[in-house]
Design a protein around this ligand. Structure first.
Ligand SMILES: NC(=O)c1ccc[n+]([C@@H]2O[C@H](COP(=O)([O-])OP(=O)(O)OC[C@H]3O[C@@H](n4cnc5c(N)ncnc54)[C@H](OP(=O)(O)O)[C@@H]3O)[C@@H](O)[C@H]2O)c1
Length: 304
């Protein structure tokens, strides 16, 4: 029997990559869900349904219809600064909706895989392992941690995959990330302010999608830290990207977190210890440079 996975937020960066990863796996029956039309280029080999994750009735309806073995919740309010001002929306999507979906999982005995973030930590003691104590600094981070706690306090089968700045190509090109932003800005000869004092492990979207699928197939429960294996500052990530694509680095202006003064507070040093994911999920992420090669290959293909 095939393993039925229902994924939310399938128009997003990770959601799209989960579709492509599932298409390569004949054992998976994928139900991709998102708001409005399907924006993933590939439309065959899986089922698409509209789903707004705050619509409890629609969640119930789709769970009754497909009886998924696993739910992978990638949908979220992901704009960190917007969450600071639009608090109601952030709470609804990142916490309340998790409770709605957990209820459906309980009824249908579905394994709930939820995506969370390095921002649950305060950035004073990175790189972090799964036993580290969260201390969210922003409203986005608080709502993501609240979503985590809903699962931790539930009696369903749950997994929380925390990740760090995801990069990769997106079919509809609406959203950006550190790699696409650096590449596009420098190609257009625009000056960019790049943060020098925030340290991360950038994560290739394909690697994270594979970890989600492995987690589903292995029914691996608990918290997993799933990020890239290379630890670097955002400045270094932009610099490596600029070098890789032979772009003009003199357009990059160094700024500190304090100088940038964004609405939401960010943790300075995160990064993850990923040994648990390697051991239990067979997680084997690409290096950042290998990730850039994959992104470059996909961009070349889409331009042809
Ligand atoms: N991106 C990162 O750097 C990063 C870092 C750490 C953790 N994470 C976590 O990883 C997960 C995936 O991130 P991502 O980069 O793939 O985010 P993304 O590209 O912003 O995708 C999120 C998706 O959620 C959808 N969505 C928003 N509200 C919804 C609703 N009410 N119902 C259904 N779908 C809704 C959005 O739809 P539209 O496209 O139609 O707006 C979007 O496609 C999130 O949980 C995020 O918190 C991300």
């Amino acid at each position: 029997m095939k393993h039925t996975i229902l994924v939310t937020g399938s128009n997003g960066l990770l959601g799209q990559k989960i579709i492509y990863a599932a298409l390569n796996n004949p054992e998976i029956n994928l139900i991709a869900t998102a708001i409005g039309a399907n924006r993933t280029k590939e439309k065959s080999g899986y089922t698409y349904e509209e789903l707004d994750i705050i619509d409890e009735q629609r969640i119930d309806f789709l769970f009754e219809k497909y009886k998924p073995n696993t739910l992978i919740n990638t949908a979220a309010s992901t704009n960190v600064d917007l969450c600071e001002t639009n608090r109601e929306q952030a709470k609804l999507l990142n916490a309340d909706a998790v409770a709605f979906m957990a209820k459906a999982c309980k009824k249908h005995n579905t394994h709930f895989i939820h995506l969370s973030t390095d921002f649950v930590f305060d950035g004073t003691q990175g790189p972090y392992d799964e036993l580290a104590e969260p201390n969210p600094l922003s409203y986005y981070a608080q709502t993501k941690y609240d979503g985590e706690k809903i699962l931790m306090q539930s009696d369903i089968a749950w997994s929380i995959l925390r990740t760090i700045i995801i990069y990769g190509t997106v079919d509809d090109g609406q959203r950006s990330n550190v790699v696409l932003w650096t590449k596009k800005s420098l190609e257009q000869h625009q000056k960019i302010n790049v943060i020098t004092d925030q340290y991360r492990c950038p994560t290739l979207a394909e690697d994270l999608a594979d970890a989600c699928i492995q987690c589903a197939i292995k029914k691996a429960e608990g918290i997993f830290h799933v990020s890239g294996k290379d630890f670097m500052s955002i400045w270094q990530a932009a610099e490596i990207t600029a070098d890789f694509f032979h772009l003009d680095k003199s357009l990059m202006q160094p700024v500190t977190t304090a100088q940038l003064n964004q609405p939401a507070k960010r943790p300075l040093v995160t990064g993850f210890v990923i040994e648990k994911a390697k051991r239990i999920l067979n997680y084997n992420p690409h290096s950042f440079t290998e990730g850039l090669e994959i992104v470059a290959g996909q961009l070349n293909k889409s331009e042809q």
